[in-house]
Ligand binder design. Structure first.
Ligand code: C2E
Ligand code: MG
Ligand code: MG
Ligand code: MG
Length: 287
């Protein structure tokens, strides 16, 4: 037995497992540890009503506070979490945090706030996806209309009929639905008509290019007009300048989110941001 074990140990060090694989294995075991020991944080980025500047909601964005590497961006660990299946417990955890937070904020003077949660394809395709989020919602005492589920086009287009069914059910239960990164995927307009979604999120690549490239502005305008004719709302993500804010408002984009207003913030800083903004607009009203 010892001999066998020794051989396996030896195999571990063969060049087949190169540095990248080892790095990946380390990252995967770190991910597991972080899940068990509270290594993740949810930050919240404000979403505003373009015309009035009032707060509409927030997007929940997960971060990993790694003991050696510092704060890690979700783009660097979500794919691995998806490959390993760890996105299921992680996604549940993020959803629970968001549900708890929006419920607390609604009680603390933000009665209509909506918190948007990103849903991975792996979560959405799981047979018990609906049961899981309903159980968490109940556990947290949250109402479905305070949660917006963000799904990408590719997730929804993959198995259209089943997506439509799932979304119809979720809408019926009161959840809000947004299509994230809209315009970057392959959407059939005919299916879009049948999808019970509330909001199209204009991808930030178009917002970034819109003032320097006519084609991007044309795409932004088309998305807004398409949304309006289908009875859906639009939110622009990645708004970084006043000029972008003005063009988007002028074109009829109702909601916005981006560094121009605020970066994603830990919950206490989000609350401070809201207070500072309220004080500012009160001061403005006195003039
Ligand atoms: P996303 O859902 O499209 O989120 C928008 C990303 O744009 C966020 O990056 C946000 O911090 C960033 N952003 C916001 N405003 C601006 C801006 O004005 N300029 C620029 N350059 N960027 C801005 P983040 O937080 O790094 O998240 C990246 C992606 O990771 C998200 O894209 C989403 O796809 C994924 N993600 C984040 N949190 C979760 C989660 O809890 N679950 C899942 N499944 N995916 C998540
Ligand atoms: Mg998103
Ligand atoms: Mg997006
Ligand atoms: Mg994205």
């Amino acid at each position: 037995l010892a001999k066998e074990k020794g051989r396996n140990n030896y195999q571990f060090y063969t060049p087949l497992l190169n540095a990248r694989t080892l790095d990946r294995l380390k990252l995967e075991s770190d991910l597991r540890l972080a899940l068990e020991h509270g290594g993740f944080e949810v930050h919240y980025q404000p979403q505003l009503i373009s015309k009035t500047g009032s707060l509409w909601g927030a997007e929940a964005l997960v971060r990993w506070r790694h003991p050696e590497r510092g704060l890690i961006s979700p783009v660097d660990f979500i794919p691995l979490a998806e490959e390993t299946g760890l996105i299921i417990p992680l996604g549940d955890w993020v959803f629970a945090q968001a549900a708890r937070q929006v419920t607390a904020w609604r009680k603390q003077g933000m009665p209509n706030l909506v918190v948007a949660v990103n849903i991975s394809v792996v979560q959405f395709r799981k047979d018990d996806f609906i049961q899981r989020i309903e159980a968490i919602l109940k556990e947290e005492g949250a109402v479905s209309s305070s949660i917006e589920l963000e799904l990408t086009e590719s997730i929804l287009m993959h198995d259209m009929e089943s997506s439509i069914q799932t979304l119809n059910y979720l809408r019926g239960q009161g959840f809000r639905i947004a299509i994230d990164d809209f315009g970057t995927g392959y959407s059939s307009l005919n299916y879009l008509r049948r999808l019970p979604v509330n909001v199209l999120k204009i991808d930030q690549s178009f917002v970034r290019e819109m003032l320097v490239e006519q084609a991007s502005l044309a795409i932004v305008e088309s998305i807004i007009s398409l949304a309006h004719s289908l009875g859906k709302e639009t939110i622009a993500e990645g708004v970084e300048t006043k000029a972008e804010l003005d063009v988007l408002t002028d074109r009829g984009c109702r909601l916005m989110q981006g560094y121009y207003f605020s970066k994603p913030l830990p919950a206490p800083q989000f609350e401070a941001w809201v207070k500072a903004r309220e004080n500012h607009s009160l001061a403005m009203q006195r003039y």
